[in-house]
Ligand binder design. Structure first.
Ligand SMILES: Nc1ncnc2c1ncn2[C@@H]1O[C@H](COP(=O)(O)OP(=O)(O)OP(=O)(O)O)[C@@H](O)[C@H]1O
Ligand SMILES: [Mg+2]
Length: 857
């Protein structure tokens, strides 16, 4: 090893030189010196200087490296792996740049090397197969003692038609001998050296390598072969290990997690190689994370892009990354252009594989074989064969699933394939096929989401969410208003169950506005618009936009009534009833629900009929007719259970539990909710309802801690999707539980948020509830109420003075009539009152009716 006067070189360069000589990464050097990775990184970027002790250790290491010794690892005390000697033929190459991460893959390979004799590291060009294989071989050699010799054969450099065996022989330092073939000579030498043969870049010599590997393994029992290749060899005994891209941080990752991810670390290290002094502090972490994600974690792409930090900001690089990757990398001989690497692999594919690959680039998220078939427009059998070929050639990544596997492309590779798709003039047709396929899925999901397979459909749609968006975008951009109306009307149940109310409302609004610009001619067009208006009404009501829901539902009924008195009209009547109920117009709500019930009875759809009856039962709960409500709900559940629709059964069980809680039948309510919880798995909206009811159940039993936890979970289950009404209810419950737990500030915070939301959606019931809860919180801190009344007793008295009956008070305060009666009996006794007239007079005389923080509605 040739030595340089290290002391004469500046420290930054000196450390790099030392690492290059010893073939160490920053982490490995840090370990040797007994300091952290961050410290070495700071030294190398010039942000700090080593202490006197560290300088001594560096000098020791330099001296040992110059003498060709193996210096001890400060952390483990073990001698580090031998530095490859120049004179040994076939030695592993010395790394020119630091090695980053890959600990998981290295551990897996080290284990694999103990039990497999032919390992093929597969993966697309630039994913890091060669670097990983060399690092794994280096560690293998270090751990294998004297017999652990590695022969490295770079096949990339072969000039055809030179046979692989002759290259191997020359890497082994063999000379040509008369009567002995290169194969025989190489085999004899390998048997003697009995180590690990590393054949790097076998994709262009697949058959030759496959033949050699088979022969060598049979004849040299102690030999292991590791191959790197963009394609599978297809030899018996071959163990394929797909090299994944470097780990990228998730979208939700925090700054620390971003900085720790392998992809971002490689970017920072290479950027600091390019621009000394550059460090993680020079990049907004989220921009670095996003950049690496957009590059698909492909090391080659990351390295090439990092070369631009001297010229452009990271945000500029992010925006222009596709064009930047097309440039010839400046400087560095031997460096590669990503497009060329990919082009070379692409040229190896058969025309049918190339065509399918191009078409599959329209998928932005993982897709199934059936999706691929729809977009490729070929038979099931044909697509399976082509997809297998693309997987074997590392173009597609497989994610294994229980029911079906999913396929995807690394982002930079997808961009390459998209460019080929455009070049071939196939982009418009591919997007159309993609849109039609997902439009079909959306339309099919409409009824299926109300059926027995709801969970399967919810998962299916969740995995296709980006494709569904792309499909609607396509419809919008291409003026396909009818398709847009049809799919957005079909997707309301999905938007509802998955909590995507706002986005659903926006799509419906977009297509309805577009449709408004054209005159409606046929009844089919009217029906399509009527359905979409009805879907918009459903989402509006669940979103808490009641006035808009009434307007839309009335409009939908107006459009649909003359066309067909079927389920569409019944749904519109149901939505109208819900909005009216939330607005406090119970009589109107009852009429609308009855209309829906009559329509459904005429159609004879038992499932829908059960839903209509359920809604009437809810009105009975509101009116305090708990016995009647329970009877209706129980009858309904029998029908729902027979039909076996999980979503509908769960809603029925939650409603029944509501009645049972109000009636004080805790155990029965608990059983109902436990069953509902099982049915709600995978359905966030329903899970929110169940958790909220479980919270109510605990609250009624004064188990405030459990109640607070359940309400918190309920709010989380609803997410930010827009189930405003339900979120407010859960937040009121949470606020009240916090108050009881002696956390008045927390309570006030939740209740104020709930109050603001209730005001926004102008819901009188919720406003009444939240005002009462706030009053109780305020009363805790305020003067005691007259006659030592509790806030609840004062509340009941106020409503009594307003002329409400016990049943009406119960409904207003969401109590059972029995509870109201008990409150009144205690109040009369406490205050020595003779009856209702006395009580009303007392309330007026003591200012209870004017209390500003008491409910006014
Ligand atoms: N773990 C890593 N740490 C640091 N650099 C890496 C790492 N993995 C890959 N690289 C760098 O990324 C580039 C591409 O890696 P490599 O050459 O190993 O890819 P490959 O999969 O072998 O590509 P090809 O199929 O073209 O041979 C190289 O410059 C390499 O140094
Ligand atoms: Mg390689």
């Amino acid at each position: 090893m040739n030595s340089e006067p290290l002391d004469a070189v500046p420290l930054v360069a000196r450390l790099r030189l030392l690492r290059t000589r010893l073939g160490l990464s920053q982490e490995q050097l840090a370990r040797r010196l007994g300091v952290s990775f961050a410290t070495v990184n700071r030294w190398e970027s010039g942000r700090s200087r080593p202490s006197a002790r560290a300088r001594l250790a560096i000098a020791e290491l330099e001296a040992a490296g110059t003498r060709g010794e193996a210096p001890a690892d400060r952390e483990t005390g073990r001698s580090r792996e031998p530095a490859p000697t120049e004179d040994r033929p076939g030695r592993l190459p010395i790394a020119q740049s630091s090695f980053v991460g890959r600990e998981r893959e290295l551990a897996a390979l080290s284990e694999l090397l103990t039990r497999s004799r032919l390992i093929n590291l597969t993966g697309p060009g630039g994913v890091g197969k060669t670097r990983l294989a060399i690092e794994a071989a280096r560690r293998w050699a270090a751990g294998s003692g004297p017999g652990g010799d590695v022969v490295f054969v770079p096949l990339e450099a072969i000039q055809p038609p030179r046979p692989v065996a002759s290259v191997l022989a020359s890497r082994l330092g063999l000379r040509e001998r008369l009567g002995v073939s290169w194969r025989e000579a190489a085999l004899a030498a390998l048997r003697e050296r009995c180590g690990l043969l590393l054949l790097d870049g076998a994709e262009h010599y697949r058959e030759e390598v496959a033949g050699l590997a088979g022969e060598f393994l049979a004849a040299a029992p102690d030999l292991c072969i590791m191959v790197t290749s963009r394609v599978v060899l297809g030899v018996p005994g071959e163990v394929c290990s797909a090299v994944p891209p470097l780990d990228c941080p998730s979208v939700a990752a925090g700054a620390r997690e971003i900085a720790a991810s392998d992809a971002v670390r490689l970017f920072i290290v290479r950027a600091s190689d390019r621009l000394p002094g550059f460090s993680a502090a020079d990049v907004p972490p989220h921009a670095a994370g996003e950049l690496c994600r957009r590059l698909g974690g492909l090391p080659l792409a990351i390295e090439l892009i990092a070369g631009w930090v001297g010229t452009l900001s990271v945000r500029e690089i992010l925006q222009q990354r596709v064009a930047l990757l097309e440039y010839d990398p400046p400087g560095a001989p031997g460096s590669r252009k990503l497009a060329d690497v990919l082009r070379a692999s692409y040229d190896l594919l058969r025309p049918a594989q190339q065509r399918t690959l191009r078409l599959l680039s329209v998928f932005t998220t993982p897709f199934s074989l059936a999706d691929a078939q729809a977009v490729a427009g070929v038979s099931e059998q044909e697509v399976a064969g082509v997809v297998r070929g693309l997987v074997d050639a590392s173009w597609l990544v497989v994610t294994r699933g229980l029911e079906q596997n999913q396929f995807s492309m690394v982002e930079t590779i997808r961009e390459f394939a998209t460019a080929r798709l455009r070049e071939a003039g196939e982009a418009a047709a591919a997007r159309r096929r993609h849109a039609m396929h997902f439009a079909d899925l959306a339309i099919q999901s409409s009824s299926s989401l109300a059926g027995t397979d709801v969970r399967w459909w919810a998962t299916r749609l969740a995995s296709a969410v980006d494709d569904l968006r792309a499909m609607m975008q396509w419809a919008d951009e291409n003026g396909e208003v009818n398709l847009g109306l049809e799919v957005s009307a079909a997707l309301w149940r999905w938007w509802l169950t998955s909590g995507r109310l706002s986005s659903g409302r926006a799509w419906l609004d977009k297509f309805l506005t577009a449709a408004g610009e054209h005159p409606v001619r046929t009844s089919e067009e009217s029906q399509r618009i009527g359905r979409a208006v009805c879907a918009a009404a459903v989402l509006a009501v669940e979103n808490g936009d009641y006035a808009e829901a009434v307007r839309l539902a009335t409009r939908a009924m107006h459009i649909l009534e003359p066309l067909d008195r079927g389920e569409d009209l019944a749904l519109a009547a149901t939505v109208l009833g819900s909005a009216q109920r939330y607005l406090g117009d119970r009589a109107d709500a009852r009429r609308s629900f009855q209309t829906a019930l009559d329509l459904r009875a005429a159609i004879g759809d038992r499932a829908k009929l059960a839903m209509a009856a359920n809604n009437l039962a809810v009105l009975e709960i509101d009116d305090g007719n708990l016995g009647r409500a329970r009877e209706l709900l129980e009858q309904n559940l029998i029908i729902k259970r027979r039909l076996g629709e999980p979503r509908s059964i769960a809603i029925g069980l939650v409603n029944l539990a509501d009645v049972l809680i109000k009636d004080g039948r805790w155990q029965a309510a608990r059983t109902s909710l436990a069953e509902a919880a099982e049915l709600a798995v995978g359905l966030p909206q329903i899970m929110g309802l169940v958790l909220s009811s479980q919270g109510q159940l605990e609250a009624r039993q004064r188990n405030w801690k459990q109640a607070a936890e359940l309400f918190t979970d309920a709010v989380a289950a609803y997410g930010i999707g827009g189930h405003t009404h339900d979120v407010i209810e859960a937040m009121i419950g949470l606020g009240s539980a916090c108050r009881e737990l002696g956390q008045p500030d927390e309570a006030a915070r939740h209740l104020r948020t709930a109050e603001a939301m209730a005001h926004e959606i102008a819901n009188p019931q919720l406003l009444a509830q939240v005002t009462a809860a706030l009053a109780e919180t305020a009363a805790d801190a305020a003067q005691p109420l007259p006659g030592n009344l509790t806030p609840r007793q004062a509340e009941v008295l106020r409503l009594l003075a307003d002329g409400l009956t016990n049943k009406q008070i119960a409904a207003r305060l969401y109590l059972s009539p029995g509870t109201v009666e008990r409150h009144l009996a205690t109040t009369y006794r406490k205050l020595g009152l003779g009856g209702r007239v006395d009580a009303a007079r007392y309330a007026v005389e003591h200012g209870l009716t004017q209390h500003p923080s008491r409910p006014m509605l």
